[in-house]
Design a protein around this ligand. Structure first.
Ligand code: ARG
Ligand code: MN
Ligand code: MN
Ligand code: MN
Length: 302
């Protein structure tokens, strides 16, 4: 389907400021042209609007809850409109809290059409914290829990149907930083996690075969790509880098295998922070990998 680019220039969910410049950095790195070069029909819808970052301390375990709700409501509306028009939303962040609005739109769309939804969460983090256990209050550490119905009603109920998804629909890849209490919650709720240790031991090819197993024609695949999934050596421009991440070749394989599945129906590219980057290389790498998600191949035999 044709693609609609939606920018969400916010970092109200993050612990560093800078991700609000992410959408422009991805545009400057040539995202639109790269998709057009793949033969994809693409329209850049510009950015959604929301409140500025007030940079306040947490209140009852949440930083900027009201602002995060406002941004997600705006994105939910924008993304829903694109899906209804038969278009594929490609959401440019912005911090990862925006995955709530993005995935709630997709979940509603799938529910209305009787389609299955699977979420591929490419990240160093599980983003499964709650206000009780968060070490930071930053809501970008909570979107997966909120999507699964664990969190404040203002977020869990935003899409009108809580929970938006169940943990079994989520496959997380690249995980290597989960807070202690968060780990307990992740285990309790049965998230399917392919952490770095597993990737090292089993290899990325088999990991992806497992994460993509069982996709059929009736499955919509949502890819939520936090650039801190990548090793900080190749992707320094993000607020919560963790050593020991996915390398360039592994990342290419992930993206190419997703493309080969033919099931991707929506995409988030989040946590690009130009304020922390080195000459926009993180945005440029993200665009290179998005090209692969849309079928650009490193294979000789295609
Ligand atoms: N677990 C940490 C926290 O909750 C870090 C979360 C980082 N999340 C992200 N989307 N970059 O504060
Ligand atoms: Mn994340
Ligand atoms: Mn992360
Ligand atoms: Mn590429």
């Amino acid at each position: 389907p044709p693609v609609s680019i939606i920018g969400v220039p916010t970092d109200v969910g993050a612990g560093h400021q800078g991700a609000r410049m992410g959408p422009e950095a991805l545009r400057i790195a040539g995202l639109v042209g790269a998709l057009q070069a793949r033969g994809v029909e693409v329209t850049d819808r510009g950015n959604v609007d929301g409140p500025r970052n007030p940079w306040l301390p947490p209140v009852a375990g949440y930083r900027h809850l009201e602002e995060v709700v406002a941004w997600n409501r705006a994105l939910l509306e924008a993304s829903t409109a694109e899906l209804r028009a038969g278009r594929m939303p490609v959401v440019l962040g912005g911090d990862h809290s925006l995955a709530m609005g993005s995935i709630m739109a997709v979940a509603n769309h799938c529910r209305e059409r009787g389609r299955k939804l699977r979420v591929l969460w490419l990240d160093a983090h599980s983003d499964f914290n709650t206000s009780q256990v968060t070490p930071s209050g930053n809501i970008h550490g909570m979107p997966v829990a909120c999507l699964c119905g664990i969190g404040p009603a203002a977020l869990t109920g935003l899409g009108g149907h809580a929970p938006a998804i169940v943990p079994q629909q989520v496959k997380q890849i690249g995980i290597r930083s989960v807070d202690q209490e968060e780990k307990r919650l992740v285990k309790e709720h049965g998230l399917d996690i392919y952490d770095m240790r597993y990737i090292d031991e089993v290899g990325m090819k088999r990991v992806m075969e497992q994460a993509l197993a069982g996709l059929d024609e009736d499955t919509h695949l949502h890819v939520s790509f936090d650039v801190d999934f990548l090793d900080p050596g190749i992707a320094p421009g993000t607020g919560t880098t963790v050593p020991g991440g996915v390398n360039y070749r592994e990342a290419q394989l992930v993206m190419e295998m997703i493309a080969d599945s033919g099931r991707m129906g929506s995409l988030d590219v989040v946590e690009v922070s130009p304020a922390l980057d080195d000459r926009n290389i993180t945005a440029e790498l993200a665009v290179d990998l998005v090209e692969s998600l849309f079928g650009k191949s490193t294979l000789m035999r295609d």
